[in-house]
Ligand binder design. Structure first.
Ligand SMILES: NC(=O)c1ccc[n+]([C@@H]2O[C@H](COP(=O)([O-])OP(=O)(O)OC[C@H]3O[C@@H](n4cnc5c(N)ncnc54)[C@H](OP(=O)(O)O)[C@@H]3O)[C@@H](O)[C@H]2O)c1
Length: 339
């Protein structure tokens, strides 16, 4: 017997993605890119400005590094005030959830709309437990982006009230979510601190665990932000893997020349590493097939064979009970620390 199904079809497969023709009109749109001062985030900001996005907030913790990035953009004739496509620094530090909340509150004092939020900033190297007793890597990669986004939600929802709205939240995760051994739990905040000491590449496992949390949260958020009377188009929430991107050699002198050429054989440039984020944030296809991108907890995108390709998640990343446990523990932790 063939079972009847009411499931919404997955998005159609696409064969190409061209920044010149496949982006929506970004005129007048307000966008935040976290970690916009370097790497994938910088190239996301740059290509949004090249596409004439109205105002792009480059969220970064260091004023000096933010100003350097903004100067580099200005030197290329991008993002100048009064040009109709402006880049602005937003002070933003993920290492403390209270600071992340403050950054969102500051933003809401400056703007009365937010069309796209790209949670790009991330950390692969921290090993220490933060002052609130939770792994700093989890704080930076999941808990602070969670609180930043939750604080901005009223503004995102207000923007999404317009009948022609196309509001999106993009969470830059990683395929390393898949490395996490089965049996993962989030029943208490201590579960964010699993050290994976007895595994090779323990830090990569901890990184993967933090990105798994980000992906579980993304799907839960998408289920809560479906179209309704108040939000005619809902809010589209997308998580993604940008590809293996060489954001390392550009800053290390010893990696110039031959070594850099070798790395480029198997890693994307930061420019190309931004394309899946740009697809998620601004492609026409996501707007045209919105219902499909928002169905069943939304989509997870990868860079291959084409930036923005939908990939099915592994079972742990789709576990709704685990997602519920994660959110409960996150909210309790945030309440306990007063964030
Ligand atoms: N590169 C890859 O192959 C790859 C693969 C999969 C996923 N990803 C994900 O893609 C995203 C971007 O990676 P990337 O390679 O472009 O990394 P990157 O070059 O190291 O840039 C990371 C960005 O995050 C910011 N950041 C780190 N900790 C922060 C904090 N506590 N508060 C505020 N900002 C903070 C950094 O700011 P500072 O300059 O101040 O440090 C920087 O702007 C990350 O989420 C990463 O996990 C990357």
């Amino acid at each position: 017997m063939v079972e009847a199904t009411t499931a919404t079809p997955r998005p159609t497969v696409h064969a190409s993605f061209d920044l010149g023709t496949d982006l929506v009109d970004l005129k007048g749109k307000v966008i935040i890119v976290t970690g916009g001062n370097k790497g994938i985030g910088f190239w996301t900001v740059k290509q949004l400005l090249q596409a004439k996005a109205g105002k792009v907030y480059l969220a970064a913790r260091s004023e000096e590094r933010a100003n350097e990035a903004i100067k580099a953009l200005h030197d290329e004739g991008l993002g100048k005030e009064g040009s109709g496509s402006e880049v602005v620094w937003l002070r933003f530090d993920l290492s403390d959830p209270r600071e992340a909340k403050r950054a969102a509150e500051d933003f809401m004092k400056k703007e009365d709309r937010l069309d796209v939020l790209i949670n790009n900033a991330g950390d692969m190297s921290s090993r220490e437990v933060g002052k609130d007793g939770v792994s700093l890597m989890h704080i930076i990669n999941y808990i602070s982006p969670y609180v930043f986004t939750e604080t901005l939600l009223p503004l995102l929802k207000k923007t999404a009230e317009a009948p022609d709205s196309d509001v999106r939240i993009v969470n830059v995760a990683s395929k390393m979510y898949n490395i996490v051994p089965s049996g993962v739990r989030y029943s208490t905040a201590q579960d964010f601190n699993v050290p994976y000491t007895f595994r090779p590449f323990s830090n990569l496992h901890r990184y993967g665990n933090s990105k798994l949390a980000m992906i579980l949260w993304s799907q839960r958020l998408q289920r809560l932000l479906q179209p309704s009377e108040a939000l005619p188009n809902g809010i589209t929430v997308i998580s993604l893997h940008p590809g293996g991107v060489d954001t390392f050699t550009p800053r290390v002198k010893v990696f110039q020349g031959l070594a850099k050429s070798i790395v480029s054989l198997f890693a994307l440039t930061p420019e190309a590493g931004a394309w899946t984020s740009l697809f998620a944030a601004a492609s026409k296809r996501v707007r045209e097939e919105r219902e499909r991108y928002q169905a069943d907890g939304g989509v997870y995108l990868v860079e291959q064979p084409v930036p923005g390709t939908v990939q099915e998640l592994g079972a742990t990343a789709k576990d709704e009970n685990l997602a519920e446990e994660l959110i409960r523990t996150t909210q309790t932790f945030l309440k306990d620390i007063g964030a």
